[in-house]
Design a protein around this ligand. Structure first.
Ligand code: ADP
Ligand code: 5GP
Length: 225
C-alpha cells in the first residue's frame, strides 16, 4: 500500500523585518519536527549574548568571508546592517543528501538570490502582527540599542515591499500558530508532483497493479460463469 511517495525535501527560506521572529520560528521547526535542519550562515558580525560559533552562525573575519565568496562557497550573500552574511552551498547539499528540509533564516536580498539560483526553494515572508509588536520584540530582545532598533524598524518598512515576490506570507502573531502555518506549508509543498522522487516508477507500478487487479476480476467473472 502506498502511504506517501518519497519526495525531495524543500529548501525553506524565512525572511522578515528584523525582530519579527523568523529565527524563533526557524529554531522551533528544527527543535520540534524531524527532518528539519537549520542552515548556519557565515557572518562577519560579532557574536552577541549566548550565541555559539557553529550553532547560531559561523563567525568569520571579513578576509575569510571574501575568500568564501571568491571560492564560490556561498549560494547567496548580502550586506545587512553593516555586516556580511552568507549561506554556504554545502548546507543545502548536505540537507539534500540527508533528505532534510533546510531552513534559511536570511534577509530579503538573500531570498531574491535564492529564488534565482534554487528555483525549487519555498520562500516564506513573515509578517509581524503590528508595528507596536515589532517594536516591542526588537527592543525586548535586548540585543540592540534604541537607535539600532529604530534603524531596523525603518529597514523593515522597506523590506515589506518584497513580500509580494514570496510564495507565502505567514503572520507571526502567536508563535504556536505561526509554526503550525509554516509546518502546513512544508507539508503541502512535499506533496507537489514536482517534488516526488521516482514518480514515473510509482506511476508504472500502480498501472501494472491496476492491470493485474482488472485481469483477476475478469478471471473471477469467467469462473463464476
Ligand atoms: P528575527 O529573527 O526575525 O530578527 P527573533 O526570532 O530574534 O526575530 O525574535 C525577536 C524577539 O521576538 C525575540 O525576543 C523572540 O523571543 C520574540 N518573539 C518571536 N516570536 C514571537 C511571538 N509570536 N510572540 C511574541 N514574541 C515573539
Ligand atoms: P542578525 O544580525 O539579527 O542575526 O541578522 C540580521 C539579518 O541578517 C537578519 O535579517 C537575518 O535573517 C539576516 N541573515 C542571517 N544570515 C544570513 C545569510 O546567510 N544571508 C543573508 N542574506 N542574510 C542573512
Amino acid at each position: 500500500m502506498i502511504t506517501g511517495l518519497p519526495y525531495r525535501p524543500c529548501p525553506l527560506v524565512l525572511a522578515a523585518p528584523s525582530g519579527t521572529g523568523k529565527t524563533t520560528i526557524a529554531h522551533a521547526l528544527v527543535d520540534r519536527f524531524d527532518h528539519f535542519v537549520f542552515s548556519v550562515s557565515a557572518t562577519t558580525r560579532r557574536a552577541r549574548g549566548d550565541e555559539e560559533h557553529g550553532v547560531d552562525y559561523d563567525f568569520v573575519s571579513r578576509e575569510r568571508f571574501r575568500a568564501m565568496i571568491e571560492d564560490g562557497e556561498l549560494v547567496e550573500w548580502a550586506e545587512v546592517h553593516g555586516n556580511l552574511y552568507g549561506t554556504p552551498m554545502a548546507n543545502l547539499e548536505a540537507a539534500q543528501d540527508r533528505g532534510e528540509h533546510v531552513v534559511l533564516d536570511i534577509d530579503v536580498q538573500g531570498a531574491r538570490q535564492i529564488r534565482r539560483r534554487i528555483p525549487e526553494a519555498v520562500l516564506i515572508f513573515v509578517f509581524p502582527p503590528s508595528a507596536e509588536a515589532l517594536w516591542d520584540r526588537l527592543t525586548s530582545r535586548g540585543t540592540e540599542k534604541l537607535d539600532e532598533a529604530r534603524r531596523r524598524m525603518r529597514a523593515g518598512r522597506g523590506e515589506l515591499e518584497e513580500a509580494r515576490h514570496f510564495d507565502y506570507i505567514v503572520v507571526n502573531d502567536d508563535l504556536e500558530r505561526a509554526v503550525a502555518r509554516v509546518r502546513a506549508i512544508v507539508e503541502a509543498e512535499s506533496h507537489r508532483p514536482a517534488r516526488a522522487l521516482d514518480l514515473a516508477d510509482s506511476v508504472s507500478r500502480l498501472r501494472r497493479e491496476i492491470d493485474e487487479v482488472v485481469k483477476r476480476a475478469g478471471a473471477e467473472e469467467v469462473t463464476r460463469g
